[in-house]
Design a protein around this ligand. Sequence first.
Ligand SMILES: O=P(O)(O)OC[C@H]1O[C@H](O)[C@H](O)[C@@H](O)[C@@H]1O
Length: 479
Amino acid sequence: MIKFGTGGWRAIIAEDFTFYNVKLVGKAMACYLKENDYKKKVVVGHDFRFLSGRFSRALSESLVEEGIEVMFMEEAAPTPMVMLAVEENNLNLGASITASHNSAEYNGIKIFVEEGRDAPEKVTDRLEELAAEIGDYDYQRGSFFELIKAGKITYYNNKNQYIDSLLELIDEEIIQSKNFKILFNPMYGVAKDIMMMCLASLRCYVDTMNAYRDTMFGLDIPSPNREQLGDMEVRIEKGKYDFGLATDGDSDRMALIDEAGKFVDYNDVLKLLYYYLKEYRNESGGIVRNIATTHILDEMADYYGEEAYEVPVGFKNISQKMQQHDLLLGGESSGGLKIRGHVNGKDGILASLLAVEMMARTGKKIGEILAEIEQKFGSLYFSYSNFDYQPSQRKRLETMLFEDKYQPNLSNLIENDLISEKKLLKTSYLDGVKYYYDDQCWISIRFSGTEPLLRIYMEMENEVEVQEILKLLKNDLGI
Ligand SMILES: O=P(O)(O)OC[C@H]1O[C@H](O)[C@H](O)[C@@H](O)[C@@H]1O
């Protein structure tokens, strides 16, 4: 079954992610283009995962079999580079074979629409329907190189345009004058070459780790979280680097590690970059964040007289809102960020380069800038936890959260002075369930759309409050 989630269709290789199903998606894409009388041309890219290149050939073959021309990116490419290819060529559809940050047994397909945006739900819903309507079909192993010879599939490479699009937004001179020493970890993913080219042209001295293709991702997941980057923290601290950068498997997300080897929480990265763009680059414009991202960003936007918007998790929602309101910055606590004027999706390389520029222009340490931000806008303690569940448990949890409308009862914790007084202001079901309290604090509970996990996020006054509330939720929800 083909089911698109937060960021494309992801499934376990050989279970649901098979050549048969990949070709089925190609057929559904072809039907979609035809029924809308759209351009019969598609760009197809892929990342470094197991068999991604082969799957992208199969997808291309099936598109051609259905009368669609394919611009094929032979070299593994960052997702934002594929998005740019869709935009530059004014296409109605593009696709990349990637399961982004998921573990090695997964692969997936991300679909892009006009202007290189992540496909909105109405498009992916339609693709799902079309795939289901096509149902069983006569699978033929294709002949990729015959199609290349026949000119039905053409090679396409926009690496230079993509690099230009990145460097255009960055103040190269100011960075060049600093000769930063950086530790960069592409997490066995596709960012390596392009990031190295950019950083070299910015006169940075770069050491790398995990900078080769490993389809097992070092037996971990290629996700730039604190848990995955522990060894980097040690190396930075001991190696006297100015800071560290990491990007995820398909290079649309990043992480920043400070000069002391401390992982910078992604909410802090968003605060830092918005503050930098406003205070140091004097840019105008508001922000959009997803429901699971720090509310301090709203405080910041408010201070600068700008708008702040909240959307469900999924970068398609962020980029859509940015376009509607011409916003300056959009981001998610999971590590994705976009600024105005660049590719219409999140980009880990751009976010990294912007952070490098911030370090160069401010001349300050990350901790110093964060202290300024805290002094001006206050702080909240952000927490994010994942819980495994069995398929049978999901139904029970869904009933409890969405039908029985579970509300955490905080009164005992308040009475026992374990947490400060909080009044529930509203409950929202925009994405999972979110409880908003009168003291700026909030709790969000939702099922991941990319992994079989229940995610609980919250912002509270301090760590003790988080721990107490988490204990209560785990007990109430039976997780
Ligand atoms: O929490 P999830 O539904 O698993 O999503 C986590 C992240 O997955 C992908 O990377 C999406 O592109 C992001 O927009 C999303 O924030």
